[in-house]
Design a protein around this ligand. Structure first.
Ligand code: FES
Length: 108
């Protein structure tokens, strides 16, 4: 496990998502009611940033074709997307957000 700092907690407001370009592929970090989650940033349906989407009740909606994904599990919640997102372990320590990029796994 190799957690790396990606941003500060204050950088991601509740109900918001933030694109992070610290790794081989961009990730998106989400604040769901104070809980932090991380997934791949690129939608599995097309080349589009999920961090630019709408986050509601832990579901991110892609703004290109309106596919939806659960940010906790990576599971597809609405078509046209059909492949789940890769999700990453997250730790919050002292107001800083850390992600283990290498431990990412394809969601359910
Ligand atoms: Fe995201 Fe099509 S690119 S739903």
């Amino acid at each position: 496990m190799a957690f790396e700092k990606v941003c500060n907690l204050e950088d991601v407001s509740e109900g918001e998502a933030l694109q992070i370009e610290a790794f081989e592929e961009a990730i998106a970090v989400y604040n769901v009611g104070g809980q932090i989650f991380a997934t791949q940033d690129r939608c599995t349906h097309g080349d589009w940033s999920l961090a630019d989407g709408f986050l509601e009740d832990g579901v991110i909606e892609c703004t290109l074709h309106w596919g939806k994904f659960c940010v906790r599990t990576g599971r597809v919640k609405a078509p046209p997307a059909c492949d789940p997102l890769t999700i990453y372990p997250v730790e919050v320590r002292g107001g800083e957000i850390f992600v283990d990029y290498e431990a990412g796994k394809v969601g359910e």
